[in-house]
Design a protein around this ligand. Structure first.
Ligand code: HEM
Ligand code: HEM
Length: 130
């Protein structure tokens, strides 16, 4: 498995642990963590745990289904950077009620989704051409 894809899966597991801890702390004492904690927990779980896991597994598995290489390893590297700078920014934004941070992080998270989608479409297209 490519080091980057393994990294996606490891990071996903860490976000899962973090998101669970945030929710449990919130249930123990709602004042322990400042900010919009439900939003923070929800997106750490969905963008962090679930989506990063999908990224890591899909980047590994989908090209292998067709027996063709991933269209661009560099695009997938930038996807990793965008996703993992975007989500922390969004988290910071929800912790300090800063819409600006959430917007900036959201744009980066969205860019990661776009890069992933493009890379997957172009990978499958190579298959169509062959
Ligand atoms: C580890 C176990 C989990 C616990 C203890 C937990 C607990 C909670 C609690 C207490 C809330 C409501 C917070 C509030 O309104 O004060 C919540 C909301 C939410 N949770 Fe979880 N949760 C867990 C796992 C997950 C997972 C695995 C996902 C998604 C993959 C998830 C997604 C969400 C979402 C989307 C919300 C709504 C956030 C919002 O209103 O913006 N949770 N969770
Ligand atoms: C591109 C990255 C994303 C950004 C910038 C983003 C931003 C936001 C914002 C600002 C809200 C609050 C909306 C409001 O209160 O008016 C929200 C709510 C929510 N988002 Fe996201 N989000 C993103 C990705 C996702 C993804 C991928 C999922 C699910 C897989 C998701 C699930 C949710 C859920 C369940 C809520 C709560 C809706 C509710 O309380 O009615 N988000 N998101």
């Amino acid at each position: 498995m490519h080091k980057r894809n393994r990294l996606f899966v490891s990071i996903a597991l860490m976000y899962g642990l973090l998101g669970g801890a945030i929710a449990i702390l919130r249930l123990i004492d709602p004042n322990l963590i400042p900010g919009n904690v439900p939003r923070l927990h929800g997106h750490v779980m969905l963008l962090g745990f679930i989506l990063m896991m999908i990224y890591g597994i899909a980047l590994h598995v989908l090209p292998r289904f067709g027996g063709f290489p991933l269209y661009s390893e560099r695009m997938a590297d930038w996807q990793l950077y965008a996703a993992n700078s975007g989500l922390p920014l969004m988290m910071g934004g929800w912790l300090r009620f800063s819409d600006g941070w959430v917007i900036a992080g959201g744009i980066l998270s969205y860019m990661a989704i776009v890069l992933f989608g493009l890379n997957m479409i172009l990978t499958v297209r190579q298959r169509g051409k062959a």
